[in-house]
Design a protein around this ligand. Structure first.
Ligand SMILES: C[S@@+](CC[C@H](N)C(=O)[O-])C[C@H]1O[C@@H](n2cnc3c(N)ncnc32)[C@H](O)[C@@H]1O
Ligand code: FES
Length: 451
């Protein structure tokens, strides 16, 4: 008995460089396209989508199999997915141009491929070839740099509905030969499509990187492009022990991209945090370093009885006001320019939030902030901290450990911290009922009560 009407397996196996594989052929985009199409058609309850490892048919990849029928598709691309879903999965009509029916040839190819692969792996190991994992990690910056430059030059918008390299270069005021080289690399990374000399956006890049698209993330990702310059100072920063100033850092444009990046991260999480903390009985919220105001906006939208106050640096406050006004909650959310390390917080708050704040500061600065927050809370008020939290040994999880490096190159004394450190700061400041609340995604909450 099958628990699902259809079970799809998409091979997403990666192989050493130069060896054909479904991943190199674009199977991750195929998987994403399937996921999207199944969701869009409301088929999640009857179709199970699973990634799988090599089936030995790599030269014909990306390969996918439809069970229980046992229909095999080869050379599938993301653009084929709407047809496969509507024709085969919905109407039972196999897409013949992609189907592969020759079982004997498939088996022979699979066995031969497996043997070749084992021999090649053994030979590489014997010769002391650098393992792919190390190779890929070392050169990971190349793909990252291509996408960041494409975003900086707004290439995906310039590609529009399709254009050749010369036209794209003219639109972005760049050199045609260099643009063409970059465009081809973007095709190889699965970020553009190419037919003849015409480049087109993929469904993903059209959705997330093109000016005017509803889900365009470019403004926020330009903050990541800015971080590139800071990360370039890492070697020198580690030698010196403190950050190396980077030209352009802190300009109005840099700040606007930074806050846009924060807003993109916070938008989805804010309603989740408000749900977990609850808005019933909450009247006054102080949002320290509120940035785009995403969390205060979510609180205001959750309850008409909540009044929020955002404290942020003077250069950020005009941006904060814009976000708050656009969200239509200015009657419930006020803004205040100030420095949370020096200024008085006020008194009588039910909630004080520190979302993505503590990693900017040192142990001593955080202790001081927690003490002052404790004094500014109403008797039963709560301090809500959200951050990337390190394991006790500080060597993971990876996103928190890498973020600590981001703070090393970007701040005077910031870092990621462990749960034990947060709990210690809370206890020292007089908080009780300290708990960690796990959230989906990379950051968690630490909550303490001012009882
Ligand atoms: C990483 S962002 C987090 C923004 C927001 N809480 C969120 O999660 O989306 C840090 C915020 O703290 C603000 N900030 C940094 N130092 C500050 C200080 N000394 N006083 C007040 N705000 C500060 C920054 O301007 C920025 O808006
Ligand atoms: S990598 Fe997919 S079949 Fe081998």
């Amino acid at each position: 008995m099958e628990p699902f009407r259809i079970h799809l397996f998409v091979c997403t196996q990666k192989k050493p460089e130069g060896v054909s594989s479904c991943a190199a052929g674009g199977s991750l985009s195929v998987h994403c396209a399937l996921d999207r199409e199944i969701l869009a058609r409301g088929l999640g309850g009857e179709i199970q989508l699973t990634t799988c490892g090599c089936m030995g048919l790599c030269d014909e990849g990306p390969v996918m199999v439809v069970y229980p029928e046992g229909v095999w598709y080869r050379r599938v691309q993301a653009l084929d997915i709407p047809e496969i879903v509507s024709e085969h999965l919905c109407k039972g009509r196999i897409v013949q141009r992609l189907a592969w029916n020759d079982a004997a040839a498939m088996k022979a190819m699979s066995l031969e491929h497996g043997e070749q692969f084992r021999q090649m792996t053994a030979a590489r190991d014997k010769a002391g070839v650098l393992p792919d994992r190390l190779n890929e990690m070392t050169r990971g910056f190349m793909s990252s740099r291509c996408i960041l430059t494409a975003l900086e030059l707004d290439i995906f918008t310039a590609v529009g509905d399709g254009a050749n390299a010369e036209r794209i270069a003219t639109r972005i005021h760049a050199n045609a030969r260099a643009t063409d080289i970059l465009l081809n690399a973007l095709v190889s990374l699965g970020l553009l499509l190419k037919s003849s000399d015409n480049y087109r956006n993929t469904p993903e890049t059209a959705r997330y990187f093109v000016e005017g698209a509803k889900d365009n993330h470019r403004d926020g990702l330009l903050h990541t492009a800015n971080l590139w310059h800071r990360w370039g100072t890492l070697t020198e920063t580690v030698r010196r022990g403190n950050r190396v100033p980077v030209p352009g850092s802190g300009t109005p444009e840099w700040t606007a991209n930074f806050i846009a990046g924060m807003q993109r991260n916070a938008k989805d999480r804010a309603s989740l945090v408000v749900k977990v903390i609850g808005s019933a009985g909450i009247h006054r919220v102080l949002d320290l370093g509120g940035g785009s105001g995403a969390y205060s906006i979510a609180f205001a939208k959750a309850s008409p009885n909540v009044q929020c106050e955002i404290l942020d640096l003077a250069e950020v406050i005009p941006l904060t006001s814009d976000y708050v006004n656009k969200a239509g909650v200015s009657a419930q959310v006020s803004v205040r320019a100030g420095n949370m390390l020096q200024d008085n917080y006020g008194a009588g708050y039910d909630i004080i939030m520190l979302n993505a704040i503590c990693h900017m500061f040192s142990d001593g600065q955080n202790r001081d902030i927690f003490h002052r927050a404790r004094k500014a809370l109403a008797p039963n008020g709560r301090l809500v901290v959200q951050d990337f939290i390190l394991n006790p040994d500080k060597a993971g999880p990876q996103h928190a450990a890498l973020f600590s490096v981001n703070m090393l190159v970007g701040t005077d004394c910031g870092a990621s911290y462990s749960e034990a450190e947060y709990a210690d700061w809370m206890r020292s400041a007089g908080f009780a009922e300290i708990s960690r609340i796990k959230l989906p995604g990379p950051s968690d909450l630490i909550v303490g009560s001012a009882k």
